[in-house]
Structures are given as C-alpha cells and as structure tokens.
Design a protein around this ligand. Structure first.
Ligand code: URA
Length: 211
C-alpha cells in the first residue's frame, strides 16, 4: 500500500514539473515539487522556492535550508527522514510574496501530498503556509510552537527559518518550538505497551497437597 502511495507521489511530482496552472511556470527554471520519503511522520511546508531552489529543483537548499537542517538535527531528525515541500511549487519573481490565485492554483498538489505522505506532524513554516493550512486561526507570532490537532494530524506553526536569519532573536523561539516537536513525536511514536503476561494458572488441588 505504501509503495503505491510512493509511486503516486512520484507521478504527482511529475505533474508539478509539467504544471502550467499559473503564470509562474513561465519564469521558473525548475518546479520544486518536494523531497523525502512517503509515508513520513514529519512533513514540512514552507512558502515558495527561492533562487537556489529554482536552480536545483529541490526545496530548502539555500541559507534557510541550512538553518532548517540544523534545527532538525538538534531534535535527532535528518532531512532524509522528513518530507519537505512548499505552498507554491514555483519561484515567484524576485522572491515576492505568493499571490492568492497562485496559492489557489497550487493547492490541489499540497492537499494530495498530505493525503499520500500521511504525516503525524506538519511543521508549518511562516505566515503564508499558516494562512494556507490553517486559514483565519491567528498570527504566527501568537501561534508559533502550539499544536493544532485535526484528527490524527497535528499542525505546528513555526517561524520561517528565513525570518530567523533576518532577526536572530527568533532563533531561540525556533529552537524551543523544535524541542516541543521532539517531545510530541516521542509521545505519538512510542511503541504500544506490551500486553500484560497472563496470570500463572493455579496449581490443581492435588498438587497443592504434595507441596
Ligand atoms: N523558503 C521557502 O519557503 N521554501 C524554500 O524551499 C526555500 C526557502
């Protein structure tokens, strides 16, 4: 079953690479569908590819990606163990903010990625991802580091690593919020308690007399 999902995700990536649903396809070098295993316990959703991501076709390969790798390593996760994608799959010119119609055009890809990867936790990086995944809930300043549970899935809004590169004061918040993610994962990924051993059978009355 998970093999089928992984294959379907590969087909979805191919569709993204050929996508012309909005004007961004005209200015991209490469579309950036996402990277990582399927299924994965942790999925990370950023805003949109930047300069380096557009060149390489992979998410978070620039400076923000290096900080992301460091934060993941701090809680014992490697980039290879998590699925990473963005709200927009193509770079907006000059890294401008995503426009609503672009996010709307890309939304079916993100929805299908969530269905196929079936994460336990989604790390929601920055206000654009927050507005797309948890619309109207509140600002990133208020919600960062909280767990918004939707059935089996928890969304965790976090400051975008690029914001922390501009404002070093956010790095401490990011580190504390990542620590919370580790604690949460330890709880939800804990193996089930073993079944209690059955109580030993009472020896038959005859045997008791001999003891
Ligand atoms: N910022 C993002 O939001 N996504 C990337 O892939 C890189 C930088």
């Amino acid at each position: 079953m998970s093999d089928n999902r992984a294959e379907e995700l590969e087909r979805l990536h191919a569709q993204v690479r050929a996508c012309t649903r909005c004007g961004l396809h005209a200015t991209r070098t490469h579309a950036v569908p996402g990277t990582g295993p399927c299924p994965a316990d942790v999925m990370i959703v950023g805003e949109a590819p930047g300069f380096n991501e557009d060149l390489q076709g992979k998410p978070f390969v620039g400076a923000a990606g290096q900080l992301l790798d460091t934060l993941l390593a701090q809680i014992g996760l490697s980039r290879e163990s998590v699925y990473i994608t963005n709200v927009l799959k193509c770079r907006p010119p000059q890294n401008r903010d995503p426009m609503p119609h672009e996010a709307e055009a890309c939304a079916p890809y993100l929805k299908r990625q969530l269905e196929l990867v079936r994460p336990k936790v989604v790390l929601v990086l920055g206000r654009h991802a927050l507005e797309r995944l948890l619309p109207g809930l509140g600002s990133i300043t208020r919600l960062h580091g909280t767990f918004v549970e939707r059935g089996e899935l928890a969304y965790v809004p976090l400051y975008h690593p690029a914001a922390a590169l501009h404002n070093g004061a956010l790095v401490g918040d990011l580190q504390r919020d990542f620590d919370r993610v580790r604690t949460y994962l330890d709880r939800v990924l804990k193996p089930p308690e073993p079944e209690p051993a059955p109580a030993p059978a009472e020896p038959p009355a005859e045997q008791l007399k001999l003891l």
